[in-house]
Design a protein around this ligand. Structure first.
Ligand SMILES: [Cu+2]
Length: 310
């Protein structure tokens, strides 16, 4: 009776636990999340197959070598150094690990590139910066900025450029794809496409301090028309984000949603191009270096990759 109860309650517990999860990683919206979700499912299937083989062998061997009616002094023939067996249990794990490695590397390169089917589209750039304990979203193309929510058009590549005004955080919208670190000293990039309009959960996935748990936001994908309409509404109705306002915002721990009709990118540029890396000491900063920086900015030459000489 006791055993039955134990079994029943453990079954109930797992059912409740499974019902409590919303499986958001597998509830994909767009090609990047789909690729990652497929890689996870494939790995789990392969591992399940290994577990299945082990359990079948376990049962077969338990049965085959159970206590028998053989005489007490019976000793089975001694086997040593079976080449066939040793090759088998060395080669099989190598094959399994090789398959997992190939799939993982292929997936990693695939999700780092332009999303499948959207290769020749110009991405919509959105800077996503974290500060204690908020997310700032700047749309340089549209000239608007939001706090703690991000709206994106569907069927358009969105290039999130991540950085932080504080400790390292991790930017994660599970339904769009995997997470990446946002750091104070360099910009990291994530390319996503949302294919259906949806309200998605986004959050900081890296413990960064006491307010970390509150660093969640809504990522709302909407049709391109709705997106354009929202952009013009923000431009028409919201105030400009001044340097003073932005500094005050950075210092405020918890804020709700905010919208502005300008971005902080001009007076507080992201750590990319010549803005990345540690601040040089003032004595090292010659006039010449300043001129180089200005020229680069004029050419729109702000990509990290373009700076090979520093
Ligand atoms: Cu660089």
């Amino acid at each position: 009776m006791n055993k039955k109860w134990a079994l029943l309650s453990s079954m109930m517990a797992s059912i409740l636990m499974l019902a409590g999860c919303d499986w958001v990683v597998f509830d994909t919206n767009g090609p990047v999340a789909k690729t990652q979700s497929n890689a996870i499912l494939f790995s789990m299937a392969l591992m399940a197959a290994v577990v299945l083989v082990v359990y079948v062998l376990f049962i077969v061997i338990l049965y085959k070598y159970r206590a028998s009616k053989a005489p007490k002094d019976y000793e089975p023939p001694h086997m040593e150094g079976s080449k066939a067996l040793e090759i088998t249990w060395t080669v099989i794990p190598i094959i399994i690990v090789a398959i997992l490695a190939v799939v993982t590397v292929k997936t990693t390169f695939e999700v780092e590139g332009k999303p499948k089917g959207y290769e020749d589209q110009k991405p919509l750039v959105i800077y996503a910066a974290s500060s204690n304990w908020k997310w700032h979203f700047s749309y340089p193309e549209q000239g608007i900025e939001t706090v703690n929510y991000v709206n994106i058009p569907t069927n358009r590549v969105v290039e999130f450029r991540l950085y932080s005004y504080g400790p390292i955080t991790s930017f994660w919208i599970p339904q769009l794809g995997g997470q990446k670190y946002a750091m104070s000293d360099m910009v990291t990039k994530l390319n996503f496409v949302a294919e259906t309009p949806a309200s998605m959960m986004g959050r900081n996935a890296n413990f960064s301090g006491e307010g970390y748990a509150h660093m969640d936001f809504e990522a709302l994908s909407m049709t391109p028309d709705d997106f354009e309409e929202w952009v013009s509404e923000v431009k028409a109705n919201e105030g400009k984000l001044t340097e003073e306002k932005f500094e005050k915002l950075l210092d405020t721990a918890h804020v709700g949603r905010q919208s502005y009709s300008s971005t902080h990118l001009d007076f507080s540029p992201p750590p990319e191009g010549h803005h990345h890396g540690s601040e040089p000491s003032p004595s090292n900063e010659s006039d010449d270096a300043d001129n180089t920086f200005d020229e680069d900015t004029e050419k729109g030459n702000t990509e990290h990759e373009d700076h090979s000489n520093h």
